[in-house]
Write a protein that binds this ligand. Structure first.
Ligand code: CIR
Length: 261
């Protein structure tokens, strides 16, 4: 498995954000936190692809939003935010080596990768301020997969409040989505005061999550995961979470998060 990341550049301090701490993003601290993130991915067994900072795009550290990875196909996301258009092209160049077949979604579809949750048999796509119904239709046509559209009630993206840990297990913030759309999955529900931690990343048996959320940590540990916690303060101030900072590229033959596309 490969994990693609992009280091933050100084313009990261001007990233898009609705967070009250928006004006206080500390770039140097963000760099340290990003380095710890890379260590955690490596510790979980990922081979890292580290792209250099791209300062012309303040949000380019959030690579998850740019590209979707399927078994034999990558999709360049048509991002809605003007300041993020163009990021996908820079990531696709690095992804092409692993997924030579590249798809796109045509206008008026807009979609951020943070709105796409792949549980294997199906996709869930958040209808958010970034992702529209046209994208759901176009993505279903492109991948041939059934998609459940999920209105996002809180947070930037679907995955701001929802994570798939494998083996039919979800971590879910019940304030952000209608949990009944996920009948058939086992669910760890996140308490309101721990909602930021609902975005977390399972890589094999390792679970990477934000530090400071002991209740959720215990709940996930009781499922048998080894937990790695990371300081995420600077990325949280830019509305970003754990999964946003990487693009996970499984080996196609071992791919267990989606049916072949
Ligand atoms: C943005 O507003 O686009 C960035 N500041 C945060 C993106 C976070 N990405 C994600 O949740 N997948």
């Amino acid at each position: 498995m490969h994990a693609l990341v992009r280091e933050p550049g100084p313009s990261f301090a001007q990233a898009l954000s609705t967070h009250p701490g928006k004006g206080t993003i500390d770039f140097a601290r963000g760099q340290q936190q990003h380095a710890s993130y890379i260590q955690a991915l490596t510790g979980a067994g990922a081979d890292l692809i580290i792209l250099p900072p791209l300062d012309v795009f303040p949000d380019s550290v959030f690579v998850e939003d740019t590209t979707l990875i399927f078994d034999s196909l990558a999709v360049a996301c048509p991002m809605r935010e003007q300041s993020r258009k163009g990021e996908a092209l820079t990531v696709i160049e690095a992804v092409r080596k692993f997924r030579p077949q590249i798809g796109t979604l045509s206008f008026p579809a807009t979609l951020d990768g943070g709105d796409v949750l792949n549980t294997g048999a199906r996709l869930f796509v958040g209808l958010s301020g970034r992702t529209n119904r046209e994208a759901v239709t176009a993505l279903s046509r492109l991948t041939g997969k059934p998609i459940t559209a999920v209105p996002v009630r809180k947070g930037l993206h679907l995955k701001s409040g929802l994570s798939y840990l494998g083996n039919d297990l979800l971590v879910i913030d019940p304030q952000s989505v209608d949990v009944s759309l996920f009948d058939g999955f086992r669910r760890i529900e996140v308490a309101p005061e721990e909602s930021y931690a609902a975005n977390c990343l399972a890589l094999g048996n390792t679970l990477i999550m934000a530090a400071g959320y002991p209740r959720l940590e215990d709940q996930i540990r009781s499922e048998g995961f080894d937990i790695v916690t990371l300081e995420m303060s600077e990325f949280e101030k830019a509305d970003g979470g754990i999964t946003c900072l990487s693009l996970i590229i499984p080996e196609p033959t071992n791919f267990n998060r989606a049916d072949p596309v």
